[in-house]
Design a protein around this ligand. Sequence first.
Ligand code: ADP
Length: 370
Amino acid sequence: MTAPAATALGVGLRVLVESPTTSAAQVVADAPVGSPQDPSAVARLLGEPLPAVLTFEHEHIPAAAFEAAAAAGVPARPSAEALVHAQDKTVMRRRLTELGVPCPRWSPVADAAALATFLEDVGGEAVVKTARGGYDGKGVRVVRSAHDVAEWFAAARIGGPALLAEEKVPFVRELAVLLARRPSGEVRVWPVVETVQRDGVCAEVLAPAPDLDPEVERAAVQAARAVAEGLDVTGVLAVEMFEVAGGDRGRVLVNELAMRPHNSGHWTIDAAVTSQFEQHLRAVLDLPLGETAARARWAVMANVLGSSLERLTDALPAVLAADPAAKVHLYGKEVRPGRKLGHVTVTGEDLADVRARAARAAAILRGDPA
Ligand code: ADP
C-alpha cells in the first residue's frame, strides 16, 4: 500500500521480503528476499544505490539491522530507541508511565506469585500479555488465575517472552489516534477514529469516531502527541486507546503503539486528503507533511478476515457491481482462516448506511451467502 504513494511522489522503494510471493514482492520490483534477522539479507537491502532512509512495516526488527544501517550511514526512522516501545509492551508501559501518559494499571509479572498479587490488587481479573511478539490478540489473555497462563510462564522460564499484567479496563469503546512526525518535529494528526474488534482483531474502523466528546478527543490527541514527542517518533504513529466512562486517570487510557502505517488508518487512502502511506514516506524523508483532513463526512473501513473463496478476485464482479462507490483493496495473500486479506472503504453522509455498505462488501469478499 506504500507503493502507489511512492510511485506518485517519484520515490523509489526497495523492500526486504520474506518470500517472493508476499504482497510487497508482487508490486515492488526491487525486492531482495530474506529475513531481517539475516545479516546478508539486510546487507542486500542496504546495498547500492544507497537508500536515503530505512523504515519498517512491522515491529520485528533486530538490533543488528539498526547497527548495519548506522554503519552504512543510512538513517533508520523510526530509530531503534523509539521502536523498542512498539516492540516491548513492558518497556512501553514503563516509559509512558514516566511521561505521565494515562495507562491501565499494570505490572511486570515474573512468576505466578507476582500475578496472584496483581490479581488481588485489581479485583480478581486481569489481562496478561506477552511483552514481545504478539499481534492481533495473540499474546493477550484475560485471566482469573496464574493457571490460565501456566504455559506462558513455562515458556518465559526457558527464554520465551516476559509477561506483564494489566487491569481489565471496562472500556466504553476503543479509539485510535494516528499521526505523523518528521525528524524536524512537525506533527500532523488525522481525525480520531473508533476501532471495533472481533475476537481480538480489528474488524471495522469508523472515521471519525461517532459522537466523540470534545474533551475525550482533546485528551486522546494530547496523549498521542505526548507519546510522539516523548519517544522522539519519526514516521506514522498509531496510538490505540480505551475510552472509559471516567475515573482518576481521565477518559482515555493508552493500550498500545504501532510505529508504521496501521490498520486503523487504512481509511485515509480513500477518504483523507493525505493517506497514511504517503504521509509515512513524507515523514521519514523529512518532507513537509500533508493535510490530514477527511474528504467525507463519514468513512467506514471493513477488514476482510478470512474467506471461503479460493481467490478473492473471483468476487470482484459481484462486489464491484453491488456497490460501485465502495473502494476495494485486496492484498494478494493466500487465503487462511481469519487472516487479513483485504479491506473495503465506503464514504458518505449517513453513518448507518455507510457502515452497512462496507460490511456488505466485506461479506461478499469473504464469500458469505447473499
Ligand atoms: P495485540 O498486540 O495483539 O494487538 P492488544 O494489546 O492490542 O494486543 O490487545 C488486543 C485487544 O485485547 C485490544 O484491542 C482490546 O480489545 C483487548 N485488551 C487489551 N488490553 C486490555 C486491557 N487492559 N483491558 C481490556 N481489554 C484489553
